[in-house]
Design a protein around this ligand. Structure first.
Ligand code: NAP
Length: 525
């Protein structure tokens, strides 16, 4: 395995070796993993942010081709350490090697997808309105605009995706693709994995001759290092995946800065699954098996975990519930990511079980050992759910709450009562779906992605994906953290009026030397 240094990466330098305070913990054994990582000092954080600002002056003006080459180099470097990652990441996260290898592939695929977008360059949304000096009563000026990178971006690693939403994950790839330098705050849960990927990115910075501050990786507690990073005047935007409490604390800091910045947090979602009567009658067992697979995937530690399943009590629901209970009861225990997440799942599940309006239908097997969690199936009524907002909170882990209602009006009331969600899923026959168009309309207003006859887990990384949604699913329902639309988190439109051709960005020059797609005088070309 590549040598782990226990140091932050500050531009091209290793951070100072203070007293190590952050250790990876093997969640399966409780063993503390070496090396320990020291938190960065205030001056090191300042240095990383200032280097990122300096690097932005150059990297922000680099060509799409140069950024594409850089992103591909990062992907190649990560692939080259695939075996090291497959060894270290499972030790730190409890995730199986196969999942880590898959996530490594997804991370590299994501980087290459963003490389193709950087190279193709149409993301700049170039618009040209030609001058009309003869227009009456006033001449029309030459006005052109395009998207430009925002500046240095802070990225918070997610505990539940040590690769795809961490050091070189979606936020980093999106920011680098448009020319934003990146300062990453590592998650305490997988510090060694973060360093391995950080070294891969750092090597690519050097080999692509980019300014050293294009990338830094900082270790330290969220309340200090993370907060200071979001407050740093050089940082112009931030991306985050994690808890609602952590996300909201950082959102507030971002908004209260002397210069407020966009803060993109993905926080909490219970991803309701509506099963309509026709579908239930047609394929009850298949639905129970599919739902069980989705709710237990990755020990339920996905932001798209289906935490709420909504059934029409007028239909024959018992075979479905019985099958799901059988599957949940037979599920083996599995190791969760870290003691904090394990204990939050345990106390959340206990609280649900103690709620008088909730029936604990089935519990999976879990050994009483370090971080082992068992699947859980709960059941309640629509009225109980509507009267107790605690039932609508995210329970991060392998569980779902089955809820029965007494017909369309109550189902629509339930849908309308939901907070913003990443996803909503509807299972229905053609006739079900036709008869429930209003449900689809209501859901469209509350979620980032509506899924028909599928399951919410397994988010495709592609151009059309939206992995976002109204608050509290995210802090800004206009954006996505997965897919190439994510680049617009880190851009802003700039307008150039009356510019001589030679002084315009190349994307806006009259001859279109890059041959990109543009809108000219209102027509797409
Ligand atoms: P977290 O506690 O919110 O931590 C995420 C990051 O934010 C970490 O770097 C953390 O720093 C930092 N942070 C947390 N609170 C902060 C604060 N008040 N001020 C500044 N920085 C702060 O999330 P987590 O560790 O990934 O998991 C905890 C819970 O979050 C889970 O049990 C689950 O409920 C939820 N979660 C949800 C999703 C989702 O996608 N919906 C994904 C993951 C987790 P440290 O390194 O110091 O902790």
């Amino acid at each position: 395995m590549a040598d782990l240094t226990g140091r932050s990466i500050i531009g091209s330098q290793a951070g100072g070796g203070g007293e190590p305070s952050i250790f990876g913990i093997n969640p399966a054994t409780g063993e503390s993993l070496q090396p320990g990582y020291a938190a960065v000092s205030e001056s090191e954080l300042d240095q990383a942010a200032e280097l990122a600002a300096d690097a932005f002056e150059v990297f922000g003006k680099s060509t799409g081709a140069a950024r594409a080459a850089f992103l591909r180099e990062i992907a190649n470097n990560i692939e080259a350490i695939g075996d090291d990652l497959a060894k270290r990441a499972p030790q730190e996260t409890g995730l199986p090697e196969g999942r880590i290898r898959m996530e490594t592939g997804r991370t590299c695929g994501q980087l290459r997808l963003f490389a193709s977008v950087a190279e193709e360059d149409s993301w700049v949304d170039a618009r040209i309105d030609h001058a009309d000096p003869g227009r009456e009563p006033v001449p029309k000026p030459d006005v052109r605009s395009m998207e430009r990178p925002l500046g240095p971006v802070a990225v918070f690693c997610a505990s539940n995706f040590p690769l795809a939403f961490s050091v070189a994950g979606g936020d980093t790839a999106a920011a680098l693709a448009v020319g934003c330098s990146v300062v990453v705050k590592a998650h305490h849960s997988h510090p060694g994995t973060a360093e391995l990927v950080g070294q891969a990115v750092s090597t690519a910075v050097r080999d692509c001759d980019l300014p050293e501050g294009t990338f830094s990786l900082l270790y330290g507690p969220g309340r200090e290092t993370g907060s200071a990073l979001v407050r740093h005047p050089a940082i112009k935007a931030a991306g985050f995946t994690g808890s609602r409490a952590g996300g909201q604390a950082l959102m507030k800091l971002a908004a209260e800065r002397p210069e407020p910045i966009p803060f993109y947090a993905e926080m909490s979602s219970i991803n309701p699954v509506f099963i309509l009567p026709g579908a239930l009658a047609e394929r009850s067992e298949q639905l129970a098996t599919g739902l069980h697979g989705s709710m237990t995937l990755g020990v339920g530690q996905f932001c798209t975990n289906p935490g709420l399943t909504i059934l029409d009590g007028n239909a024959d629901i018992e075979p479905f519930v019985a099958k799901l209970a059988e599957l949940v009861g037979g599920s083996p225990g599995a190791t969760m990511l870290n003691p904090g997440i394990h204990s939050a799942y345990g106390s959340g599940a206990d609280a649900l079980g103690r709620n008088e309006a909730v029936e604990r239908v089935a519990l999976g097997q879990a050994e009483d050992s370090q971080c082992q969690a068992g699947a859980a199936l709960f059941r309640t009524s629509a009225d109980a759910f509507l009267g107790d907002e605690s039932l609508a909170s995210e329970l991060f882990g392998p569980s779902t709450l089955v809820l029965t209602h007494d017909g369309t009006d109550k189902m629509l009331a339930l849908a309308r009562s939901l907070e913003g969600q990443l996803t909503a899923t509807v299972h229905g026959t053609e006739a079900d779906l036709e008869a429930n168009r209003e449900l689809l309309d209501v859901l469209e207003g509350r979620v980032g992605r509506v899924v028909i006859n599928g399951f919410p887990t397994g988010v495709e990384v592609c151009h059309a994906m939206v992995h976002g949604g109204p608050f509290p699913a995210t802090s800004d329902g206009r954006s996505t953290s997965v897919g190439t639309r994510a680049i617009h988190r880190f851009t802003r439109a700039v307008c150039y009026q009356g510019f001589p051709d030679a002084l315009l960005p190349v994307e806006l020059q009259e001859g279109n030397p890059l041959g990109i797609r543009r809108m000219i005088d209102g027509k797409s070309t």
